[in-house]
Design a protein around this ligand. Structure first.
Ligand code: SF4
Ligand code: SF4
Length: 425
């Protein structure tokens, strides 16, 4: 008698898009590309382990408790596993949905709840962030920032240490970089983001000036706020959807042919608007159209033949920001641009595309793993003996600069836009 077929397990909880889980064939090829696995060496801190965990939660075989939540929390959302995966697993989508499930169904300890609440109430809101950093900016001008950092309680000190110098960031003079508009180059808008417009405004302004110099018509958004990436990565999907809708409407109205962001996490989030809003009856088509226009600064600058460089000699190494490398799959363009500058010697660091531990607000919510990854990144930077480390994301810049400051290392950390502006004076 033939044995009765065992029925396939069915999801009992709406954790993630259940069918996506079956793209994973458990080959393990992603493990060595996963920063948390490289540090912890435990299956549950690997992509494969987390996918298994999501499946077990969905099927009701596992409780959502401190243990399972902690393994999902430890994921950086860096998407390094997506690049390594031969089966095309959409890990970024899976972890965002799993995070949203955790935030809806799991009650965190009070301190964690407070930390998550603070991150959500501060960082996506440029006006609030401006008010918060104003006294610190003043203290910095008066030379008092080190004193404040020393006297602050340990938890606050960690946050303060990650903030870049606030008073020293000035974009380069407009006339140094302005060029003549070339109609064939097309139009572009730089999305100014939330944290970037407060803590790294020079990156937005220099991006615009470099693009103008390269012949692009640079358009402005009437109002820019958070793209929703921070909320999406924190599991606050409803809020992320609200922000995504507002951005799609503004970007569509602006009409720019290309959309970029100085923050690669924001660019990658906007490039996913089509997927995120695919069920929105009003905005699905616009979201798809907006998403298709997202690109990055180096890809646009490479299309123009305006020479860069000012005769100086630079030893430079390049760090791949996760969402630029694994989200937008932009790796070669920034390197090509840097190599094209006379006088720049580009030195590759080991594991250039391994996460530095910044990962949005991860360095605030998972300080230990974040610090371990920052140390590893800085070891690799120092081994190149470069004078500059260049990258495409302000979060990585703050993280790497913080670790270099702790070691008194003289390497200068710069966003690609700021470096290109400096190298073109
Ligand atoms: S997103 Fe990054 S940290 Fe998370 S499982 Fe993938 S490689 Fe590991
Ligand atoms: S996520 Fe991809 S690489 Fe990792 S185990 Fe599954 S199929 Fe293999």
């Amino acid at each position: 008698m033939a044995a009765a077929a065992v029925p396939a397990p069915q999801p009992v909880h709406d954790v993630v898009d259940y069918n996506l889980l079956f793209d994973c064939v458990h080959c393990g090829l992603c493990l060595e590309a996963c920063p948390t696995y490289l540090v912890a060496r435990t299956e549950m801190d690997s992509p494969r382990g987390r996918i298994y965990l999501m499946k077990s939660l969905a099927e009701g075989a596992l409780e959502l408790d401190p243990w399972s939540a902690s393994h999902l929390d430890l994921c950086l959302g860096c998407r390094g596993c997506e690049t390594a995966c031969p089966s095309g697993v959409h890990y970024g989508r899976l972890i965002e949905d799993a995070r949203s499930y955790v935030e809806t169904h799991y009650r965190r300890p009070r301190a964690e709840r407070l930390r998550h609440w603070l991150v959500g109430q501060l960082f996506p809101h440029p006006a609030r962030l401006r008010v918060l950093v104003a006294p610190l900016k003043l203290a910095e001008r008066l030379g008092l920032r080190p004193v404040i950092e020393r006297l602050a309680p340990a938890a606050t000190r960690r946050w303060l240490e990650l903030l870049p110098p606030l008073a020293a960031r000035r974009p380069l003079a407009a006339d140094a970089l302005d060029g003549q508009e070339a109609p064939e180059a097309g139009s572009v808008v730089v999305h100014h983001g939330c944290v970037t417009q407060v803590l790294a405004a020079s990156e937005n302004i220099n991006s615009e000036r470099l693009l103008r110099r390269a012949g692009y018509r640079v358009l402005k958004l009437s109002r820019t706020g958070c793209c929703g990436a921070l909320d999406l990565h924190a599991g606050e999907k409803a809020r992320a959807l609200r922000l995504a809708r507002a951005n799609v409407a503004a970007l569509k109205q602006c009409g720019a042919q290309a959309i970029i962001s100085a923050a690669s996490g924001c660019a990658a989030a906007m490039a996913e608007y089509g997927e995120l809003l695919k069920h929105d009856p009003q905005l699905a088509d616009d979201a798809r159209e907006v998403a298709a226009r997202v690109t990055d600064l180096s890809s646009l600058l490479l299309k123009s033949n305006r020479p860069l460089g000012n005769g100086a000699r630079w030893r430079v190494t390049y760090h791949d920001s996760c969402h630029l490398a694994h989200g937008l799959r932009v790796r070669e363009q920034p390197r090509q641009l840097l190599r094209s500058i006379p006088g720049v010697e580009l030195i590759e660091m080991a594991d250039a595309d391994l996460c530095c531990g910044s990962a949005g607000s991860y360095n605030l919510t998972q300080p230990e793993m974040s610090r371990t990854l920052a140390r590893r990144k800085v070891d690799n930077i120092l081994a190149t003996a470069a004078d500059y480390v260049v990258m495409g994301n302000p979060g990585c810049e703050f993280q790497v600069a913080g670790e270099l400051r702790r070691r008194n290392a003289p390497v200068r950390v710069m966003h690609l836009a700021d470096f290109l502006a400096l190298a073109t004076k």
